[in-house]
Write a protein that binds this ligand. Structure first.
Ligand code: SAM
Length: 605
């Protein structure tokens, strides 16, 4: 085996790097400019026994020396334009000669294989030996059938060279012709580090140092409580690695998702409101919304089961002319019973199923009133006697209602209790319908009626007492009565017949001025028995109606005594408009947007 000398060349111009001499070009007497610079040799090196199949295109060939084997020694850091075939990875832990691509080292003077180049750029130190060996072993395994390790043809899109000679790129791919040439045995002794490499800190080259250090890329951040958990601990996040100057990581957050609000509120965590909302709040133009409540498709029985009685069947004759059945003369209608869709003789012509068929006014809107909190108004004209909306809620006993007032609704200004029947209360405070927003008036335009469902439970509905024009606030007479020794409440209905207190009975007109001194606007707790347009007590009528359940038609005395709605409501519900913190919090003010009709549809499904 003859000795071989390999030239390490230094190009003075970057453009020369691209012109890699071919055997033909180097042997030509009229050497082109690029090739002539190869002669400008700065170092000579002797390399080891690896046999090469193709002679290296070096200046030695022109001198007639036989090229047998190559041992590469990089001796200077100035060998920036080494011919690709002569390059060796500047990472002492790697020293590969056949990477898929070449990269500049950090100093920009030497070459690194693609993997080491990427690694050193990302981490700031050389790829450790174990990592290099592992990847080399992988390659070996892949190409174990072949004699030489063939570099993989990179499928990655190459970065376009931005000038004619491509000299600005620190990334250079290995030409496939050169890739097939040699397999070098590389040992530490074979390599003399370049100046640039040797000047690097110890820790960069000594993998044992790296092993002991905590590797930054191994530091993981676990989100143990969901995607948004980072929002709460953003200070702990590592600083981003920027190419140039290190930018301070912004502590600003993106707006929180709407569903995140519930979590923040229940956990009572602080959070910042968006600027526009805060500004609107400060200017007093932020539209207030009622506190959260859940819309329900039917009453919920908390302490007992729902009744399943046998329906009362009327004796109506189905209309032969295609008109509507169960009109004013229907026994069930007279008794405030709704007909059963299955059993009514009029079948689908029956007009006495308003609650069951949801024949109510759908164009209603919640409005804000000056002194009464929120209210409800109709957007369309309503005719007298029309069912406007059903008052739904949780059916609880009086005792439970008392307990709730002392606990759940303790700090609430408004109350949503309405008398159901036989010592039971309908609580619309947490779950109900928009009927819960209807305020009291001493001269109301609506009244409450209780109708019995075919299975025996009650429907409590708000009906129009007279024709109501569009955009009019709906009101009924609460007929307030004290509940558990609570304070009385001032009435702000503003009518000429106002009795001064919501608790006063009809005919008892109170003078508001002296009352204002003694009456607190604190939470109140009272049962009221709303009056029918005729002024009948609903309690009596409810009892009557229960007595009359056994009757399938007229009353025993033949009279048509209507079962008036007499309910008890105790305003205790929360008014979000009262608390500024509540008002400023849009997340808290989000009302369940599900329309009642959608709930009804769901129920029907
Ligand atoms: C069933 S809630 C009505 C809706 C309530 N305004 C709201 O904002 O949720 C009953 C409560 O409304 C208030 N309210 C209703 N009518 C009132 C009136 N005429 N004067 C003063 N407050 C009234 C009382 O606080 C009462 O407890």
């Amino acid at each position: 085996m003859g000795k071989v000398k390999v030239l390490r060349t230094q190009y003075n111009t970057r453009s020369a790097r691209r012109t890699i001499p071919t055997p033909e070009s180097s042997s030509q007497p009229d050497t082109p400019e690029g090739a002539s610079q190869i002669i400008n040799v700065t170092q000579r090196t002797v390399v080891s026994d690896s046999t090469i199949s193709t002679p290296e295109p070096s200046a030695q060939e022109s001198t007639g020396e036989t090229v047998q084997s190559v041992r590469v020694v990089i001796t200077t850091a100035t060998a920036t334009s080494t011919a690709i075939s002569d390059r060796i990875c500047g990472n002492p832990n790697c020293q590969t000669r056949e990477p898929s691509a070449w990269r500049r080292d950090l100093a920009g003077t030497g070459w690194l294989c693609n993997a080491c180049g990427l690694f050193v750029r990302a981490r700031g130190f050389h790829r450790p030996k174990d990592v290099c060996l592992a990847s080399a072993a992988k390659l070996q395994a892949m190409y174990s059938n072949s004699q030489s390790i063939k570099p993989q043809k990179s499928t990655k899109r190459r970065r376009p060279r931005n000038n004619s000679d491509g000299s600005d790129n620190d990334y250079e791919t290995q030409p496939s012709t050169i890739a097939q040439t040699t397999e070098l045995s590389r040992t530490d002794e074979d390599v003399v580090m370049s100046e640039a490499s040797t000047s690097e800190p110890e820790s960069m080259n000594d993998p044992s140092n790296i092993k002991n250090e905590k590797r930054p890329w191994e530091k993981k951040i676990y989100l143990n409580c969901g995607l948004y958990s980072v929002d709460l601990k953003h200070e702990d996040l590592p600083k981003r690695r920027n190419k140039g100057k290190q930018k301070e990581r912004s502590t600003e957050m993106l707006p929180l998702p709407i569903q995140y609000g519930t979590f923040l509120i229940t956990e009572e965590r602080n959070f910042r409101l968006p600027w526009d909302i805060m500004t609107a709040h400060k200017q007093g133009i932020l539209k207030r919304r009622p506190a959260l409540y859940k819309k329900i498709p039917c009453n919920i029985f908390i302490e007992r089961r729902r009744k399943h009685e046998k329906p009362v069947v009327c004796q109506c004759i189905p209309p032969s002319d295609g008109g509507i059945g169960c009109t004013e003369e229907c026994y069930n209608r007279v008794m405030f019973y709704e007909c059963s869709p299955k059993d009514c003789p009029c079948k689908d012509k029956c007009s006495n199923q308003r609650f069951q068929k949801k024949e109510r006014v759908k164009e209603l809107e919640v409005i804000e009133t000056p002194n009464k909190g929120f209210g409800l108004r109709t957007k369309v004209p309503v005719r007298k006697g029309q069912l406007i909306i059903e008052y739904r809620g949780e059916v609880i006993s009086h005792e439970t209602a008392m307990q709730r007032m002392e606990t759940l609704y303790k700090n609430r200004r408004h109350s949503y209790f309405l008398d159901y029947e036989k010592g039971e209360v309908l609580d619309g405070g947490s779950r109900g319908t928009e009927a819960r927003f209807i305020n009291h008036s001493c001269a109301p335009n609506c009244h409450i009626e209780k109708w019995r469902a075919p299975q025996g439970e009650l429907f409590v509905g708000v009906f129009a007492s007279r024709n109501i024009a569009a955009r009019t606030e709906l009101t009924y007479d609460y007929n307030f009565s004290k509940f558990g020794g609570a304070e009385e409440q001032l009435c702000y209905c503003g009518t000429s017949t106002c009795r001064g207190l919501m608790g006063s009975k009809r005919g008892q007109k109170e003078s508001i001025k002296p009352l204002k001194k003694k009456v607190k606007e604190a939470p109140i707790a009272a049962i009221y028995s709303p009056l029918s347009p005729k002024g009948q007590s609903a309690e009596t009528s409810a009892q009557e109606s229960s007595k009359e359940e056994s009757f399938a038609g007229l009353l025993s005395d033949g009279s048509l005594s209507p079962v008036d709605s007499s309910l008890a409501a105790t305003p205790t519900g929360s008014s979000p408009s009262i608390s500024p913190s509540t008002v400023s919090n849009p997340l808290l003010l989000v009302v369940d947007m599900l329309e009642e009709d959608m709930l009804d549809d769901l129920m029907e499904l």
